[in-house]
Write a protein that binds this ligand. Structure first.
Ligand code: PLP
Length: 382
């Protein structure tokens, strides 16, 4: 009999633990009442733990893009210079977001599959005068690349009197990102990725340095994403507009689960699963897409051999093996597979996915030694 629930191995949304799903069954409450305030207090503590900060992290009822838009629109005034390294689909979008809010993006192009370095950013900032912000996609979900230089880029920002914003939507909660220690000024994420929640909530962290700039901004930010108003309400344990209460229940539960596991253990689990994926791919003759030193632990990507159709691979994996993965974005659409390695990822999901992939390739008459990928991955866990 077909299993109704499929294994969601997407780079978000990801598999959500039953505990988190069940939390959403709680009754509706007044979002201006004491029950909601108590829950917001608990969420605030959980977010401080995950972002590793003493400052506040605000929750928005929106997808991740809303959090990016919120951070940018609360910092940028018309004509402000923003350095944006572009190395994939989401960093291109970030550049466009800066331009839409009147900023002047200074693009630092980097080969897709590689990551921007602190040296490259420093060179770009030295060529420009008065850069207000460096905006970096922390984990390029379209290529499976992590910017490992983020703490050094934060130092570059500080040395040059600029702020650093990280779009950490596909990494926060899945890999190291202590925002206070590293000196990240604005950091955004979404609920549906490494936090293992359903989609629909986004989070924005702003440092003290960021608040000094936000408080001095010349023009008003958008009404819904006015971070000062969000902060004023947050301090009273409220939100300016009606929040997605059921999703807040889910977020509170998922943050509790993260604290129970501990960040370090969670990061190690994800890193081990990512290594198992990469070793498994290589054993079946597939090459991971990113350069080795910048491979992500939360989104893994792999090149498909020429002649193998991405959509056929995805269809067979879904229909015959019950595993949902996705293909590339933009210019990588027909060239790579992308797999989420986030949230509740464990040995079981990794082995199931690699098994499905090697069988699918065999079904498509691609020469592959069945079992070799699973065996290579298995070794990582022993
Ligand atoms: N930025 C990055 C790095 C992402 O991975 C995504 C989504 O995958 C987004 C932005 C957009 O987030 P959302 O689709 O939740 O609006």
């Amino acid at each position: 009999m077909r299993q109704e629930r499929k294994l969601i191995m997407l780079p978000g949304p990801t598999n959500v633990p039953d505990r988190v799903m069940l939390a959403m069954m709680k009754p509706m409450i007044n979002h201006r009442g004491p029950e909601f305030a108590a829950m917001l207090g608990s969420i605030a503590e959980g977010l401080k733990y995950v972002f590793e900060t003493k400052d506040e992290v605000y929750v928005l009822t929106s997808s991740g893009t809303g959090a990016v838009e919120c951070a940018i629109s609360n910092i940028i005034d018309t004509g402000d210079k923003v350095i944006v390294p572009t190395f994939g689909y989401f960093s291109e979008r970030l550049k466009e977001t800066v331009a839409r809010h009147g900023g002047k993006p200074i693009e630092v192009p980097v080969e897709w599959g590689e990551a921007p370095t602190a040296e490259l950013i420093e060179k770009a900032i030295k060529q420009e005068k008065k850069v207000k912000l460096i905006a970096v996609v922390n984990n390029e979900t379209s290529t499976g690349v992590t910017v490992r230089d983020l703490p050094k880029i934060a130092e570059v920002a500080k040395r040059n009197d600029a702020l650093l914003m990280a779009d950490s939507i596909s990494i926060l909660g899945g890999d190291y990102l202590p925002v206070d220690k590293w000196g990240v000024d604005l950091c955004v994420t979404g609920s549906q990725k490494c936090l293992a929640c359903p989609p629909g909530l986004a989070m924005v962290f702003a440092s003290k340095r960021a608040w000094e700039v936000i408080d001095k901004k010349a023009t008003k930010p958008p009404y819904y994403f006015d971070l000062s108003s969000i902060r004023d309400h947050w301090l009273r344990k409220e939100t300016p507009c009606t929040p997605a209460i059921s999703l807040y229940y889910a977020l509170d539960e998922s943050l509790k689960m993260i604290r129970e596991e501990g960040l370090e253990k969670r990061f190690q689990r994800s890193a081990q699963c990512a290594k198992a994926f990469y070793d498994g791919f290589e054993a079946i003759g597939l090459k991971p897409y990113p350069a080795e030193n910048v491979r992500s632990n939360t989104v893994v990507t792999v090149k498909l051999p020429s002649g193998v159709d991405v959509s056929k691979v995805r269809e067979i994996m879904k229909e015959r093996y019950n595993v949902i993965i996705t293909g590339g974005l933009g210019k990588l659409r027909d060239l790579i597979l992308r797999i989420g390695c986030m949230g509740i990822i464990s040995e079981a999901e990794v082995l199931t996915t690699i098994n499905a992939l090697e069988n699918t390739l065999a079904d498509l008459n691609h020469p592959v030694k069945i079992g070799s990928g699973v065996e290579a991955a298995r070794k990582v866990f022993r």
